[in-house]
Design a protein around this ligand. Sequence first.
Ligand code: HEC
Length: 253
Amino acid sequence: MHRGKGMKFVGDSRVPAKGKFIPPKDYSEYPGKTEAFLPNFLLKEWMVGAVFLIGFLILTMSDPSPLEKEADPTSSGYIPLPDWYFLFLYQLLKYPYASGDYKIIGTVIIPGLAAIGLLLAPWLDRGLERRPIKRPIATSIMLLTVVLMVYLTWESSVTHNWEQSEQQGKIVKQVEIDKSSKGYQLYSQNCAGCHGQNLEGGVGPALVGKNLNPAIVSSMATKGGGNMPPGVFKGSKQELDVLAKFVSDVSKK
Ligand code: HEC
């Protein structure tokens, strides 16, 4: 018997079964146009798979994903950013009517309607037409969605402060900090929100390893500078000195 005899083609399920049943031809009736699954076809699949696998291996080795410092669930200074494919949802939450009091709109209603719409699409749109141009409603909704997603992703990426993101994720060395000291208390109340519980950085840069002298720390704490606002330190002159000495000491460790 010819190899593969008895094997049947699976019909195209999208074509409505009208009229009488026409039995599909056997694959041996297409000499030269078909091939055996084993080993010919499978071997080709494997070869393509191997090319992609090796390609990905080379990519991950030549451009390793950037590692940030260890995640710290207690740090309120770290602002996480979703991966690129969720940036559009992230951006959505920055608009007034999708955030704050209305965050249910941005987090549940809009994404929910989109997901449900996608799920129900086969029932909502039962047209037999397959050319996109003949399905204006479905096509325009899809195009609009794609345009919106691209726009939001782009908007999110150009308005994001990438420099700050890099700062907050930087790996800094761990230093011993006397958390019972007066200096740490003052630091914790005034500065930790931005510079991290361990001076490791957050919204503001890491202070560890910066070799700061007390005068600079006092000046930053009162007058600010660069992206740091002035007047963040609330306390007396003596306390400022204690804080400055503490931060300076830690920054030199
Ligand atoms: C609102 C957030 C915020 C708070 C609160 C804050 N900082 Fe900053 N700090 C920053 C930012 C942002 C920078 C980076 C400034 C720049 O270079 O643009 C910075 C920079 C600094 C620097 C300079 C670091 C360097 O790399 O040279 C010092 C020192 C400093 N802060 C000390 C303090 C101290 C001390 C306190 C507490 C009294 C404090 N900061 C509180 C945001 C903050």
